[in-house]
Design a protein around this ligand. Structure first.
Ligand code: NAD
Ligand code: UDP
Ligand code: UDP
Length: 413
């Protein structure tokens, strides 16, 4: 066996074959930023299972301790509350950089209006939705506020490190929106810069989880990695799209300029258990709505398309990418393409054939279609998704059912 070279992580052990041997190896020290989130926590499960030591770095902005709680007490697991916008000193072999407020809820219409300013944090929600959504909402650090909110009118939100704010339900907050977006951008740009600085200093391999949103409203279909995209640089989604594009640029600059070993994944819409229930993404919205016997909200005419990938397929792809020889970028997504109306139909078939559909105006700059070309990942990583929407959705539904209704079964379910 060749000597293990820390600078190159597992690279020196790789056979160069289609199935990286590294997938089976054990005993690495790995940081997962955003590891308490949806995708991150599933990745952590796989890494721990493989025998690695995992440090999760998360500020619980959209992640939850519950997602990784089952590893507490394991000496190979560590959880650090930290915002990647601040520098971080650690010694590890690999960095999976997932930290990012990934849901578009901050800048798209959503019944739960989560408006955030920085460094003062203000959450403004409609009274009716507060009680229902917060206990299940991703903002773990805010669950305390739920109790305070039970009066229905006021709440004190106490988020460690932030100023405590008192507000009335429905109270207007002076233009916090822009500040919230700055925060998204900051995480993508400054956060990624810090993690690259860390990777450079310790010679760790760095994997960026970028997004299919870098293709914007694509003029090429399906999207190939060589396509440069069609992104509005000043639109409401730009903080995410352009933030990730900058993160990709930084990643390549550190690779070319400082010799950092990097990997870039462009992730297409992913769903599965532990997804945030009320974060406004379409699969979680439809599933939660159908379970609660509410109409599924279809934005626009519902003919826009997306490709939905089950989370275990994504995690497999991320690990293959990290252990493989290729920088990327690689599209990681399921090429099955669905209109939102077709998705609603699958949700009806899975949960409740009587579930209704309600049309809502669509949001600004919503991409009309999206579908990955995954030829590159197939050829170079030996990867392709295995779980169809029809197979994956029920796995997510049972998790949502438990989280929404507790251990009790929904009436009539
Ligand atoms: P998520 O919101 O569940 O997880 C993101 C995690 O990052 C959360 O735990 C959050 O608390 C943490 N975080 C956010 N800002 C942070 C900061 N400044 N410092 C430390 N931690 C911070 O989202 P996810 O769906 O698991 O997404 C994970 C990654 O994959 C993101 O980078 C996202 O952009 C990317 N991605 C996801 C999808 C998808 O469909 N799920 C699609 C494309 C790209
Ligand atoms: N950084 C970090 N941890 C480290 C090394 C660097 O968080 O172990 C941060 C550092 O604070 C800086 C960023 O990463 O803001 C970029 O670091 P780099 O050394 O590339 O740039 P420089 O500090 O020279 O500007
Ligand atoms: N969408 C919808 N109803 C919802 C939420 C989203 O019809 O309740 C649509 C949205 O307009 C978009 C698609 O579903 O066309 C995917 O939205 P999502 O926010 O999940 O992901 P993204 O736009 O980032 O791909």
């Amino acid at each position: 066996k060749p000597a293990y070279d820390r600078r190159f992580g597992l690279n020196s052990w790789n056979s160069g074959g289609k199935v990286p041997l590294g997938l089976k190896r054990k005993g690495l020290r790995i940081v997962v930023t955003g590891g308490a989130g949806f995708v991150g926590s599933h990745l952590v499960d796989r890494l721990i299972e493989r025998g690695d030591s995992v440090i999760v770095v998360d500020n619980f902005f959209t992640g939850r301790k519950e997602n990784v709680m089952h590893h507490f007490g394991n000496p190979r697991f560590e959880l650090i509350r930290h915002d990647v916008v601040e520098p971080l000193l650690l010694e590890v072999d690999q960095i999976y950089h997932l930290a990012c407020p990934a849901s578009p809820v901050h800048y798209k219409f959503n019944p739960v209006k989560t408006i955030i300013s920085f460094p003062t944090t203000i959450y403004l929600l409609t009274n009716q939705l507060v009680k229902r959504s917060w206990p299940t909402c991703c903002c773990g650090q805010l669950t305390e506020a739920v109790d305070n909110w039970s009066g229905g009118q006021h709440s004190l939100i106490n988020w460690p490190g932030y100023r405590t704010v008192s507000l009335s339900v429905g109270q207007a907050v002076t233009s916090p929106r822009l500040l919230g977006l700055t925060r998204m951008h900051k995480t993508n740009v400054v956060g990624t810069l810090n993690m690259l600085g860390l990777a450079k200093r310790i010679g760790a391999r760095f994997l960026l989880t970028s997004t299919s949103e870098v293709y914007g409203d694509p003029l090429q279909h399906p999207q190939v990695e060589t396509y440069w995209g069609n992104v509005n640089p000043i639109g409401v989604r730009s903080c995410y799209d352009e933030g990730k594009r900058t993160a990709e640029t930084l990643t390549m600059d550190y690779h070319r300029g400082a010799g950092v070993e990097v990997r870039i994944a462009r992730i297409f819409n992913t769903y599965g258990p532990r997804m945030c229930i009320d974060d406004g993404r379409v699969v979680s919205n439809f599933v939660a709505q159908a379970l609660r016997k509410e109409p599924m909200t279809v934005y626009g005419d519902g003919k826009q398309t997306r490709s939905f990938q089950y989370v275990s397929d994504l995690v497999e792809g991320l690990m293959r990418l990290m252990e493989g020889e290729h920088v990327g970028p690689f599209n990681l997504g399921n090429p099955g393409e669905f209109t939102m109306l077709e998705l609603a139909k699958v949700v009806q078939e899975t949960i409740d054939p009587a579930a209704k559909i309600e049309y809502r105006p669509n949001t600004e700059d919503d991409p009309h279609k999206r579908k990955p070309d995954i030829t590159k990942a197939k050829d170079l990583l030996g990867w392709q998704p295995k779980v169809s929407l029809q197979k994956g959705l029920p796995l997510m539904v049972s998790d949502f059912r438990k989280r929404i209704f507790g251990d009790h079964k929904e009436e009539g379910a």
